[in-house]
Design a binder for this molecule. Structure first.
Ligand code: HEM
Length: 450
């Protein structure tokens, strides 16, 4: 809350001006990552700008980020970018707010405790091996699609116990259609409301209705099962509030869709960018291969192996430092607040960018260098909490972080023991920053036997 005694600097923090009407709107495209970094480097720990009529602050000091995500968290809500996906996400953990969010988080979180997600290690490994069995040296693949299919398959198995390839395809096709339309709407300033029939809103509403039918079908099947399974849906079906009540079908639909959407593409991107970095740094890849040979000797990775693969974890940590799958998060002030000595008015958005913080030379010397060894002697404990935050932080920290770290380590080790991924020399490796750090074009690789 704004403390009346605190002396506030008058006016806005310094920042790029842009044009009279759009402000810096044109920067919020393909050049967004450079724009964030240059803004923080030029204007300091709190910068400000405008996108059309909307004012934003870019906070880039770890202490200020902690203030927004932890200390003042109750005076902020999620920003507009997240709300654009409500048609698909519904009122699940990513989009919900306030007391409702808190209650749902309490119901969902136990299913994601480290001890419980560990049970999914064999499923993650088995689905990965299945994919690898279908590959041969010399194959040419687009790795972002391959990892996205793989993590989607793992998500649908662990969420709904879904094995059937036809059901899987139907679900992902419908979702992709809805997602493309929502992304197109996000980039438009004027949006036709969903209740107004245009060819686009009709297509989106049809896709969402089909998605609802499909997920409600999974839920009905979960309820009908005689014995509760080990999938996440079974755990959510059994989760009970203090007053004895359980989640409704609608709530289950929103939470499971949210978990699917928040979880699979992010992990797939972490793996994709890790392989791009490894193909550019063969000495790191050799060191990894030596760790796998020593610990696994060619067999499928198991849960017990995880703590004996420190270099594998360091590589993933370093890859998410340089190329964080979620590169920016935002919060909208729900009341007037203070940040870095400036007034954040109600309705302003505060942006915090992992892309920026993870390149801060105070904590990461030679920030552009891919150097997993930097994590080896306890760096994570020596730097401020919000110098490195690929999973966000505070009360809304990623609920799936233990799940995704386990999944990424298993996939990396299983795949890397069998193949080298040679990224084609002429591949376009630029980013297309959307909600997540997508590649600008599919990333072509050729497989080599290890
Ligand atoms: C490398 C993989 C992942 C990354 C980088 C990542 C990143 C993040 C970040 C940064 C946030 C916070 C967003 C904010 O504060 O505005 C978040 C929230 C969330 N993530 Fe993840 N995530 C990953 C994997 C997963 C997985 C596997 C799941 C589920 C199975 C998941 C489910 C969620 C949910 C439900 C939230 C919202 C939590 C809440 O607000 O209570 N994520 N994630």
């Amino acid at each position: 809350m704004l403390k009346p005694t605190k002396a506030l600097r008058s006016g806005l923090p310094p920042g790029p001006k842009g044009t009279l009407i759009g402000g810096v709107a044109e920067k919020f495209g393909d050049g967004l990552l450079d724009f964030f970094l240059e803004t923080a480097q030029t204007y300091g720990p709190v910068a400000s700008g405008r996108v059309g009529p909307n004012r934003f602050f870019l906070a880039s000091d770890p202490a200020l980020i902690e203030q927004v995500l932890v200390r003042d968290a109750r005076h902020y809500k999620k920003h507009f970018g997240v709300r654009a996906f409500i048609p698909a996400l519904g009122n699940g953990l990513v989009t919900s707010e306030g007391a409702y969010w808190r209650g749902q988080r309490k119901l969902v979180q136990p299913a994601f405790m480290r001890a419980r997600v560990r049970r999914y290690a064999p499923v993650m490994a088995a689905i990965t091996e299945q994919m690898l069995d279908a590959w041969s040296p010399g194959d040419q693949l687009k790795i972002n699609f391959e990892f996205s299919n793989l993590t989607s398959q793992i998500a649908l198995k662990t969420l709904f116990d879904l094995d059937d390839a036809g059901d899987r395809q139907h679900f992902t096709d419908t979702l992709n259609l809805a997602f493309d339309i929502m992304m197109a709407r996000l980039s438009r300033v004027l949006k036709v409301p969903l209740w107004f029939p245009t060819p686009e809103t009709l297509r989106l509403n049809r896709a969402i209705a089909e998605l609802d039918r499909t997920v409600l079908g999974f839920i009905a099947a979960g309820r009908a099962r005689e014995r509760s399974g080990d999938d996440l849906l079974s755990r959510l079906l059994a989760a009970t509030r203090e007053d004895g009540s359980r989640m409704s079908n609608r709530e289950l639909r929103d939470e499971t869709m949210t978990l699917y959407l928040a979880g699979h593409e992010t992990t797939a991107l972490a793996l994709t960018w890790t392989w791009v970095l490894l193909s550019q740094h063969p000495h790191v890849e050799d060191k990894l291969a030596a760790e796998w040979a020593r610990v696994l000797g060619g067999r499928t990775p198991r849960l017990e192996d995880m703590e004996r693969l420190p270099y594998t974890h360091a590589v993933l940590t370093e890859s998410m430092r340089l190329y964080p799958p979620v590169y920016v998060i935002g919060r909208e002030a729900t009341t007037d607040l203070e940040l870095g000595g400036y007034r954040v008015k109600r309705g302003y958005t505060v942006l915090m960018s992992q892309w920026v913080n993870h390149r801060d030379p105070r904590y990461f010397p030679e920030p552009e260098r891919f150097h997993p060894e930097r994590w080896e002697d306890g760096l994570a404990k020596r730097i401020p909490k919000f110098a490195y935050y690929p999973f966000g932080g505070g009360q809304r920290i990623c609920v799936g972080n233990a799940f995704s770290l386990l999944e990424a380590a298993i996939i990396l080790a299983a795949a890397g023991q069998r193949f080298r991924f040679r990224v084609d020399a002429d591949a376009d490796l630029r980013f297309k920053p959307q909600i997540t750090l997508m590649p600008a074009a599919p990333i072509p690789v050729t497989l080599e036997a290890r």
